[in-house]
Ligand binder design. Structure first.
Ligand code: SME
Length: 156
């Protein structure tokens, strides 16, 4: 995928942030534009920390196959690892990753990027691909830019 596509998507997300009426509609826009624009991004979704229990992630808007993982403790999964380690986690081959919680049998690789608001992790963007080793430094940088826009939106 080209940096031009990443650049265009981040620009659209920034533009939408100025008019989004609430977090859910903004997240719906983000998962749509990311999933439609990037063919290797086969599952695109948000998990947000539960306001009543900050040790649990709750599934938000997503595109892709339905998942049974609607609530994930931060002690579990690649999703939990990104919160616990407070950093982006890239898994090139999920079959070799003991922490991996399966969503779809087709998934081969995954990237999870924390979203921070006021310096604190509030959730994450989770992407699965049917392609092995689908995610590299450009994907990380693109998704961290998206997460920054989301975080700033939440700080308002
Ligand atoms: N694979 C994730 C679980 C979420 S689903 O992929 C949508 C994990 O290991 O945490």
């Amino acid at each position: 995928m080209t940096n031009a596509a990443f650049h265009d998507i981040v620009s659209e997300i920034r533009r939408f942030a100025g008019t989004a009426k609430d977090l859910t509609s903004f997240q719906e826009f983000c998962v749509g534009i990311i999933a439609e624009g990037l063919p290797d991004y086969n599952w695109v979704g948000f998990y947000m920390l539960d306001a009543k229990d900050e040790n649990v992630l709750v599934l938000g808007p997503y595109r892709g196959a339905p998942t049974e993982h609607v609530r994930i403790p931060i002690t579990e999964g690649i999703c939990g690892a990104a919160v616990a380690q407070e950093k982006t986690v890239i898994v090139g081959d999920v079959s070799a990753e003991p922490r991996y919680l399966a969503c779809s049998l087709e998934t081969r690789s995954e990237i999870v990027v924390p979203i921070r608001a006021n310096g604190k992790i509030v959730g994450e963007i989770d992407i699965d691909s049917h392609t092995i080793n689908a995610f590299g430094a450009d994907d990380r940088s693109f998704l961290e830019n998206c997460a920054d826009v989301l975080g700033k939106f939440l700080e308002k």
